[in-house]
Design a binder for this molecule. Structure first.
Ligand code: VG1
Ligand code: CO
Length: 543
């Protein structure tokens, strides 16, 4: 066995974003690109000698090749044990679970989430820590620093590992253990949810479509929904993970999961529609004729979670990312529990979860999860909704209507402008920043600004401060607009505009969010000049 020390030099731009390093696949495939970053991870976390690491990804193009390099580099760095999902596959929440359950030092998760895969698509890699969650800002800063002074990387000169066969094999001095990626996760889900009650609901004729979008959740959904809960075969569609996601865009939003949304709006709709994303951490839940926005889903789960087996003790607290709507805040208030507002990205929930300050967290970007792992968890959210329906004996539409009647409705939408010229986006944000002092009191498209700032977060557990997390503009009548630049895009800048308005009157809770938010949308344009500056007629994606 030979350890090769390969001379290299720093590569620009290896700065981890909202969720690890995401780039075009072709960039990741450049000689040394992946290797440099992996070595920077190992060095940035203080070395992996003698440690156990979990490795797996969402199965996209280049997943297997990248895993071979990672395993050979981890072995060369002295790692003791490498736990790999069979076929190189792990959904992000399942990897988080295995890290925790096996007491691993951390894990390398290969995914560009909901972005398309393939040679023309995107690829990504992130490091998760021993708690199962994405590396903290302090750790990613350390990793980034290493990418800037790297001079060589170490890799074992050996044949590839067979990722298809379960069991242990030697790789240099390390042990590679290939595991069933679904097994531990399925056990965890059965601990948290009342599988008997859900199975009885399916046996009673409850119908569902789960769209796995040819991505990582397929095998998990098949095994759990159809295998253990007795949902009829065919409940899970697009269940086989494919390197290019079948040519699709594995994002469960109304644009890319349009077929599911159309079905749920049609007379043939089953009782429940659901979908997950590329790496299985996002979810969308749709009732018959009743799509549920992710922000509302978080609020509704918060209100009913105690009905599920694993949450009967109630919630210690909840957390939402800043751009997520205030719907969950109202539930927390009623429950008398704290509600934390964090920057975008799951890494900011880790400390709160570890400290036992929150049980449930969520993001407007179709992310919901709890303290069972340290990632958002798509299938978990779907099972939670199934469990809640089984106990409440109500449809999703009924649960949603009851929630709005009790708590009011927070109308919400997000408008994304993709692949915007990065300089134009930066100027737009900076121009808004210069107006924080003068905006309050001004009239914008009929709404009066009450406050404006750039969101900054002080972690209540370790005191770390994160600044520049998005521009918030509040109006006197309770509306809010947030402007933020995406930290996961791989082309130019993506400008996200988050818009919301609270409606207390139950009689006005129905209806279309775009219409209800028309004045807020107009105010956002008047404030930012986004369309004018970009020459766009409207957003690329509306969720
Ligand atoms: C987006 C979402 C954010 C989410 C992140 C990772 O980030 O807005 O809420 O945590 O993706 O999700 P950004 O910086 O592009 O807005 V996933 O499913 O990639 O792991
Ligand atoms: Co994802």
């Amino acid at each position: 066995m030979t350890v090769n020390t390969v001379a290299t030099q720093p590569i620009d731009g290896q700065k981890p974003g909202t969720s690890g390093l995401r780039k075009k696949t072709s960039v990741f495939m450049q000689p040394g690109y992946l290797e440099n970053y992996v070595q920077a991870i190992f060095d940035g976390v203080g070395g992996v000698a003698g440690k156990t690491l979990v490795v797996g990804g969402d199965g996209r193009f280049f997943n297997d090749t990248a895993i071979q390099a990672i395993l050979k580099m981890a072995a060369a760095a002295g790692a003791a044990r490498l736990i790999v999902g069979q076929g190189g596959l792990f959904s992000t929440p399942a990897a988080s679970n295995v890290i925790r359950k096996r007491g691993a030092f951390g894990g390398l998760i290969l995914s560009a989430s909901h972005n398309p895969g393939g040679p023309e698509g995107d690829f990504g890699l992130k490091f998760n820590m021993a708690n199962g969650g994405p590396a903290s800002e302090a750790v990613t800063a350390e990793i980034f620093a290493r990418t800037k002074d790297i001079a060589s990387y170490k890799i074992l000169d050996v044949a590839d590992v067979d990722l298809g066969t379960l069991g242990e094999t030697a790789l240099g001095d390390a042990v590679v253990e290939i595991v069933d990626p679904v097994a531990d996760y399925a056990v965890l889900m059965e601990e948290l949810f009342d599988f008997d009650a859900i199975a009885a609901m399916f046996a009673g004729g409850f119908t569902m479509r789960f769209d796995a979008m040819h991505a990582a959740t397929g095998p998990y959904a098949k095994a759990i929904l159809e295998g253990r809960l007795g949902a009829p075969a065919g409940t899970v569609v697009n269940a086989v993970p494919l390197p290019d996601f079948g040519g699709g865009h594995p994002d469960p939003n109304p644009i890319y999961a349009a077929e599911l949304y159309d079905l749920m709006a049609s007379p043939e709709a089953p009782d429940m529609g659901a979908a997950s994303d590329g790496d299985g951490d996002r979810n969308v839940v749709i009732g018959r004729g009743a799509p549920v926005t992710p922000s509302d889903s978080l609020a509704m789960i918060a209100a009913s979670a105690h009905l599920a087996k694993g949450y009967t003790r109630g919630l210690a607290g909840v957390a939402r990312s800043m751009p997520t709507s205030g719907a969950v805040d109202r539930v927390a208030e009623k429950l008398g529990i704290p509600c934390f507002e964090t920057p975008t990205g799951w890494k900011f929930f880790g400390n709160l979860l570890d400290a036992g300050k929150v049980t449930l967290c969520g993001e407007e970007s179709a992310g919901t999860g709890s303290d069972h792992v340290r990632e958002k968890d798509g299938l978990w959210a779907v099972l939670m909704w199934l469990n809640i329906q089984a106990v409440r004996q109500q449809t999703i539409a009924e649960i949603q209507a009851a929630h709005w009647a009790e708590f009011g409705r927070t109308f919400y939408t997000r408008h994304d402008y993709e692949a915007v010229d990065a300089a134009v986006a930066a100027v737009l944000m900076n121009d808004l920043r210069t107006r924080f002092d003068t905006l309050p009191g001004t009239d914008v498209a009929g709404l009066t600004v009450s406050a404006a700032d750039d969101f900054s977060y002080t972690d209540p557990v370790d005191g770390s401060v994160t600044t520049g997390q998005g521009i918030r503009i509040y109006f006197e009548t309770g509306e809010r607009v947030v402007f933020r630049l995406s930290g996961t895009g791989t082309e130019g800048a993506t400008v996200r505009v988050y818009l919301e308005k609270f409606e207390e009157d139950a009689a006005k809770a129905g209806g279309d969010a775009q219409e209800a938010l028309a004045a807020v949308i107009a105010a956002a344009e008047e404030l930012s000049g986004l369309k004018a500056r970009t020459g766009r007629a409207g957003p690329d994606v509306v969720t």
